[in-house]
Design a protein around this ligand. Structure first.
Ligand SMILES: [Mg+2]
Length: 372
């Protein structure tokens, strides 16, 4: 509810803040992509009290970020109003100047910022998507997994399952054994049929020339998306691939952008066809809205990386958003541990406007067994 000039502000000072971490194991066995293996996903949560509500935010990172938030950043956050997310964002960034703002620091900021926005919406008794304003009521989702640890049957089964569930785009990991990647892509195409958008993610595994050769071969299978063919730090190589690769295949990156300036570097270098951003890394809701503004300025589509239940409202608000990543591990974790977790239906994810804030709450009893 807008306040008239001179009217007293809603009382919404942050009086308490808690952080915690939950380590959630992979489904059956360790998983891998082109450059990493993992056996669990760690969610770091923030709960803050303000104005009679509890704001909830989260990120995916190492459990040590919970200590950073609770021991070092909580004192900076307390006393601010949740009505002023930008003030909290700026204060936390300043507090981390000598600690390191990227990486763990950016994840910590992101979880705090999401909790502040969640609390702000709850204080105003609206959903976050209502508070931000909607460019659209739902956002297209693409199934993401297809791990390099899967055998061909598991790969086919997962991708075909998403198509059965109504998703119209799916992404598989490539890059661990480049000599097998074209066969995996071919199997994936067979599994999903000719009409489903097929996407790939190399997680920076390829060399530049290797990536170009595979980009051309993938494009012949109708692949439309090659994410991080080389490391996203190799911005000049990404730009070279974007210039030399097949016209129908988008080069994408941005999941390791920790700040608006990181995102701007990819855009300035003309390194991507679609900019990816992750609100759990790039500065929360505030950072994601900045990513959208950058995409508007650079005439660039925006794609949300992972954390689908968090990104739904943000992608509906972001004018440049084209899709969000419905990532297998995060869908499992969010469904298991978060009340209000969102499920893709008819190929889209839609935030629930009837639930205040993000509409998400940690299931304390279910989460407790995974507490770090
Ligand atoms: Mg990726």
């Amino acid at each position: 509810m807008p306040q008239s000039p001179g009217a007293p502000r809603v009382e919404a000072e942050i009086t308490a803040l808690q952080a915690a971490a939950y380590k959630f194991p992979t489904q059956d066995q360790p998983e891998s992509d082109g450059t990493m293996e993992w056996s669990a996903t760690t969610m770091v949560t923030v709960h803050l009290e303000a104005g009679g509500v509890v704001g909830f935010g989260y990120t995916y990172t190492d459990a040590s970020a919970a200590r950073l938030i609770a021991d070092t950043l909580a004192g900076t956050v307390k006393g601010h109003s949740v009505l002023d997310p930008q003030a909290v964002w700026t204060a936390v960034r300043a507090r981390m100047r000598n600690l390191g703002q990227p990486g763990l620091g950016a994840c910590a900021l992101s979880a705090i910022d999401a909790a502040v926005w969640d609390a702000k919406a709850k204080v105003l008794d609206v959903s976050l998507s209502t508070l931000l304003g909607q460019a659209r009521p739902a956002i297209r989702a693409y199934g993401s997994g297809g791990f390099t640890s899967f055998d061909e049957d598991a790969l086919r089964g997962q991708l075909a399952g998403w198509v059965e569930d109504g998703l119209r785009a799916v992404k598989l990991k490539v890059g661990r054994r480049p000599q097998e990647d074209l066969a995996r892509v071919h199997a994936a195409r067979e599994a999903v049929g000719p009409d489903v958008e097929l996407m790939t993610d190399a997680n920076g595994a390829y060399s530049r020339k290797e990536a170009l050769a595979l980009a051309q071969a993938f494009a012949a299978e109708g692949v439309t998306w090659l994410e991080e063919p080389v490391s996203s730090d190799a911005i000049a190589s990404l730009a070279w691939l974007r210039d030399h690769g097949p016209a129908g295949l988008d080069i994408t990156a941005g999941e390791y952008a920790w700040s608006p300036i990181d995102l701007r570097r990819l855009l300035e270098a003309r390194a991507v066809d679609v900019l990816q951003a992750d609100a759990t890394r790039c500065g929360g809701v505030t950072g994601f809205l900045m990513a959208d503004a950058l995409c508007e300025a650079y005439d660039m589509p925006l794609s949300a990386h992972c954390a689908p239940s968090l990104h739904a409202a943000l992608c509906c608000a972001a004018g440049r958003a084209v899709n969000l990543e419905y990532f297998h591990d995060h869908v499992r974790l969010e469904t298991a541990l978060l009340d209000g977790a969102l499920t893709a239906r008819d190929g889209v994810v839609a935030p629930d406007p009837s639930r205040p804030g993000l509409g998400l709450a940690l299931k304390d009893a279910d989460a407790a067994r995974y507490a770090v």
